[in-house]
Ligand binder design. Structure first.
Ligand SMILES: NC(=O)c1ccc[n+]([C@@H]2O[C@H](COP(=O)([O-])OP(=O)(O)OC[C@H]3O[C@@H](n4cnc5c(N)ncnc54)[C@H](OP(=O)(O)O)[C@@H]3O)[C@@H](O)[C@H]2O)c1
Length: 327
């Protein structure tokens, strides 16, 4: 079988993880990695045995020896690679947030419509079994009418590099905002929240917002970067969904989901998920393999369409703009 030829644009912490996952797939050849910093590009190429590297994103985006590009930069920089890559017929996986402006995201969605390539935004939580199970339970009606979704997502301040720290709503709560829209099928009607500036005058690091969706669901999105260094590395995330017929509680870590209704109280072990998306060791591998399966079978990546990602970004920005500042 002819291997898919992949390029990776951006070699920060997550760009390296993308490189690791892609380079382990037997039907993929990671041909080139790209970073502005030559020493970093060389280091990653050496570490993962990638045959070439470059320091010019434009060159990578338009290279004619690549089928797929994975864009793992900051949201504000994604458009520069995504649009020329789509215009040259490549398939593009781009990290969330897909952009920092709605207009840029719209340009990407439009470029995808006329491209021979596919575009998928890497909303990784849609590939995590516990959230997928939440979507299944909501869609099956077992939660009844969903009344309330409460979410929380906390990180350490030090784990995010300065250019990424726009604020926790746009960078981290966007996962929960996307999930709330996906699970309930609603759209934002109104929002109000607060954002605090504790570590910097420029970047908020603690946000709480309440949103009402057009299907009547009330959501709260809380996200901070104030986890203490004594806490283990990684995210502390929770989601509670309260419906008229049942409730469910997701907590990470440990990754689990509890579903309770009038007749049962069940714990869901993600490894036993019947989710139709491929889940190998990690959600990142599941997400990447799902995208590549769509490329190979010429199917639309329905789990997260470009339009759905655009709606999640638009909603996140509106919620952010509704926030009063606390300084
Ligand atoms: N789905 C998830 O759970 C998840 C988790 C983590 C990150 N992410 C996303 O992945 C993306 C990268 O995050 P990360 O953790 O890898 O961040 P990071 O370690 O800070 O890496 C920063 C990336 O941005 C690029 N960059 C930084 N400053 C730049 C500038 N001034 N001009 C051009 N490029 C610049 C770097 O490119 P060079 O290589 O050229 O230096 C590098 O690729 C973000 O969009 C983030 O939201 C997603």
């Amino acid at each position: 079988m002819k291997k898919l030829r992949v390029g990776i644009a951006g070699l920060g912490e997550f760009g390296e993880l993308h490189t690791l996952v892609f380079s382990q797939l037997p039907y993929v050849e990671v041909k080139r990695v790209c970073s502005r910093t030559e020493s970093r590009a060389r280091e990653i190429a050496d570490r993962y045995k990638i045959p070439s590297f470059c320091t010019n994103y434009d060159e990578l985006a338009t290279a004619d020896d690549l089928d797929v590009i994975s864009v793992v930069n900051f949201g504000k920089n994604h458009k520069r690679v995504v649009i020329p890559a789509l215009e040259s017929g490549k398939h593009v996986l781009v990290e969330k947030p897909m952009a920092d402006k709605v207009e840029d995201a719209e340009l990407m969605v439009n470029a995808a419509k006329t491209s021979a390539g596919k575009l998928m935004v890497a909303h990784i939580c849609r590939f995590m079994p516990q959230y997928y199970r939440a979507k299944e339970l909501a869609s099956s009606g077992r939660l009844g009418k969903i009344a309330l979704i409460q979410t929380q997502r906390n990180n350490h301040y030090s784990t995010l590099s300065p250019g990424r720290k726009k604020n926790p709503l746009r960078e981290t709560a966007i996962h929960d905002i996307d999930l709330a829209l996906w699970i309930t099928g609603g759209r934002l009607e109104s929002a109000h929240g607060y954002k605090q500036f504790n570590n910097s005058d420029q970047e908020a690091d603690c946000c709480v917002a309440t949103a009402k969706l057009d299907n009547g669901v009330i959501c709260t999105f809380a996200s901070s970067w104030l986890r203490r260094d004594a806490q283990p590395a990684g995210v502390d995330a929770r989601m509670d969904i309260i419906g008229t017929g049942g409730e469910l509680h997701i907590k990470m870590p440990p990754d689990n989901l509890v579903f309770i209704d009038d007749h049962s109280h069940s714990h869901f072990n993600p490894e036993t998920s019947l989710s139709p998306v491929t889940i190998r060791q990690t959600a990142l591998a599941g997400e990447i393999e799902y995208f590549l399966k769509c490329v190979l079978l010429d199917e639309t990546p329905e789990v997260i369409t470009p339009e759905a990602a655009l709606e999640s970004l638009r909603t996140t920005i509106k919620i952010d703009e509704s926030c009063s500042e606390i300084r």
